[in-house]
Write a protein that binds this ligand. Structure first.
Ligand SMILES: NC(=O)c1ccc[n+]([C@@H]2O[C@H](COP(=O)([O-])OP(=O)(O)OC[C@H]3O[C@@H](n4cnc5c(N)ncnc54)[C@H](OP(=O)(O)O)[C@@H]3O)[C@@H](O)[C@H]2O)c1
Length: 361
């Protein structure tokens, strides 16, 4: 399988992670990049330098893959995707994605990290481990919109870890309600507008606009069931408080749930550790060996120590305990890499699922 792909938003925090995830990929070959008019016409390596200070804006731990340094960045507003097998988009929230993605999807599959289309009824919101059963919505989308391609968004990076850990609990014990408090990394805010150092140093920001609504709505849709031509969202009451903390990468989330059937710590641990999800046996190149990794050390998970587990694709869970604040109360803490599983690599995994199921390539 050799699918030629483009990356739009290639210069941003997520775009850079796309490049690292796609370098040497066995199925996808990156041949074109695009970003805003600010970057257009520049070699990629030049485009990721600050035009005023000359400082590099490369943020990944890995060096820029050499094969991408000389590719000239195109202007996304003029990008013609014809000839490509698939396009990954990691562009700014709001109107940019809303205008750009349908124009691309008229011709090719679009796998997006932006929120613009996540809640549309003919759009599956995919986490490959959890809801591959929603894929037939793509046939509905192509038919209704008259597109050759389609848009598949991945969820908000805070939704991802929560939904992945709720799924085995739902399947094993049933779920009455869930509450979550996040401690979200700085890279989750991207470069633009980003979070200024002087605001976050020595501090916790107790509010992220629209984040809590997104997490609750998206989790309901992902854990919902496809009935005919739409997903019936899971009707579990969910509550969230989302905060920003002084951590570079890796979202930490403290989760409190009430289960239908009592869950012992041992049984909950087993449900997490044994959860293989819908990608088991598919041999997708970016799938982690373990969807969830359980740490028994009470000082884990920590973002610095655990975010890169299985290349940032495993959700790491610890502090699994019962509690009495809710009926059949259970709690845990998770760490999920926001720009890897929660963004670029998660999108690449989604594209691999699409290719495997015959929706791309
Ligand atoms: N950061 C995360 O952890 C994370 C996780 C999940 C989802 N997401 C979502 O992924 C998307 C990208 O986030 P990010 O963190 O990578 O943001 P970012 O660092 O601010 O990067 C934004 C990218 O969009 C491009 N862009 C800006 N305006 C544009 C325009 N008018 N036309 C075309 N391209 C334009 C930028 O190009 P220039 O460099 O040329 O300005 C840059 O490549 C967002 O929708 C975000 O919500 C982010």
């Amino acid at each position: 399988m050799a699918i030629r792909v483009g990356v739009i938003g290639a210069t941003g925090v997520v775009g850079q992670q796309f490049l690292v995830a796609l370098a040497g990929h066995p199925w996808f070959t990156v041949v074109r990049f695009a970003a805003s008019a600010r970057s257009a016409g520049k070699r990629y390596e030049e485009a990721i330098h600050d035009p005023h200070t000359g400082a590099s804006r490369w943020l990944c731990d890995e060096p820029l893959p050499a094969e991408f340094a000389d590719i000239v960045v195109e202007d996304a507003s003029e990008f013609d995707p014809r000839g490509l097998g698939l396009v990954f988009t990691g562009v700014e929230e709001g109107e940019v994605a809303r205008q750009l993605e349908p124009r691309l999807a008229q011709h090719v599959p679009v796998v997006s990290t932006a929120s613009a289309f996540r809640m549309e009824s003919d759009v599956p919101l995919l986490i490959p481990f959890l809801n591959a059963a929603h894929l037939p919505l793509l046939d509905v989308q192509c038919r209704q919109r008259g597109w050759k391609g389609y848009i598949v968004p991945i969820p908000n990076c805070t939704t991802t870890g929560l939904a992945i850990t709720l799924a085995p609990i739902i399947r094993t014990f049933g779920l009455r309600s869930a509450l979550m408090v996040s401690l979200q990394a700085l890279s989750g805010a991207g470069r633009s507008p980003g979070v200024s150092a002087i605001d976050i140093l020595d501090n916790v920001i107790p509010y992220i606009p629209r984040e809590e609504e997104k997490v609750c709505r998206e989790t309901g849709k992902i854990l919902g069931i496809l009935h005919g031509e739409a997903v019936s969202p899971a009707t579990i009451p969910l509550g969230a408080i989302c905060t920003r903390v002084n951590v570079r990468d890796g979202h930490t989330e403290a989760v409190f749930v009430s289960t239908e059937r009592a869950a012992s710590v041992v049984a909950a641990r087993a449900a997490f550790a044994e959860f293989a999800g819908d990608t088991a046996g598919l041999d997708l190149p970016s799938a982690p060996e373990h969807t969830i990794v359980v740490r028994d050390d009470p000082y884990r998970p920590q973002p610095r120590l655990d975010r890169d587990t299985e290349q940032g694709m495993a959700t790491v869970v610890g502090r699994i305990e019962t509690h009495e604040a809710l009926p059949n109360g259970l709690k845990w803490i998770l760490v999920s890499h926001n720009t890897r599983m929660g963004a670029a690599r998660g999108a690449v995994l989604t594209a691999e699922l699409l290719a495997k199921r015959g929706y791309a390539g």
